[in-house]
Design a protein around this ligand. Sequence first.
Ligand code: AKB
Length: 309
Amino acid sequence: MKKNILITGASGQLGQFFIEKLAENNNVISTDINVSRELVKKYDLKFLDALNETKVRKFIDKYHVDEIYNFASILSAKAEKYPLKSFQLNTNCFLNIVKASISSSVKKIFWPSSIAVFSKESNLGYVKQDVIKNPITIYGASKLSCEKVINYFNINGLLDIRSIRFPGIVSSSTPGGGTTDFIVEMINNIKSKKKYICPLSPNTILPMMHVNDAVDASVKLMSVPRKNIKINDSYNISSFETTPNEWKNLICEMGYNLEVDFQPDFRQKIADSWPRKIDDKQIRKDLNWKPKFNKIKTLKSVIENYNLT
Ligand code: AKB
């Protein structure tokens, strides 16, 4: 049976991919505070400020919402510029959705966490599922706080909230304000033919995944019975690791002309506090899932979607 699925923050980097996948079998109600004419036309995007609990509740009641995917968030690098506002937005959108969902038609919530919850204490060379976390960014702190709330609601059976800690996501849509953005921005710069100023040093290793793998794993996580889910806060996930230098070389090996100037800024410190490799055995086992896109397939696919070939 078709479910009614509310997506908040749908205009962001991930939103359109979730809309397209979920709309294959469901009624999707896409919302954001940024409602460009193009997205209104393409996805019937509606205005909804997830910071307004009453309005969220109205949407839930009006559309008899079964599931919510909440993507309203300020990413790591941008959040450092407005720490209090970002903490407030990231945590309050989530809390409002939780509050509005209690005693409503909502049966499940999906909420994306991030590798930003980790820190130097997490053994960054290979980060296991359950380790010490002491994030140095306000974004990481907001994600970790929400993970704690998720754990509380799940272990007490108050709501069914499911979550994945995303690495850098590679997609053909533009991110904005993230530390892992170079992965998409370099591809963008092939098109604009501009020299890319990379805010990270050439050999910074970070975990990444193709957006389709991120969407597939999330939708699968939302579809399995609760008893299959062994993690009450948020699952580690990853697909491959790369560095800005390797990514640039791969782009050039594919025949594109890309000039990069490495000028590390404040984002370097953030990246240095994040995992280089992720242990995601638990999600692979619980969902019987594995990524379909490796490094090369990811790059080829995103380049194709940019119509660069
Ligand atoms: C960011 O760079 O802030 C995000 C993330 C890893 O959560 N892409």
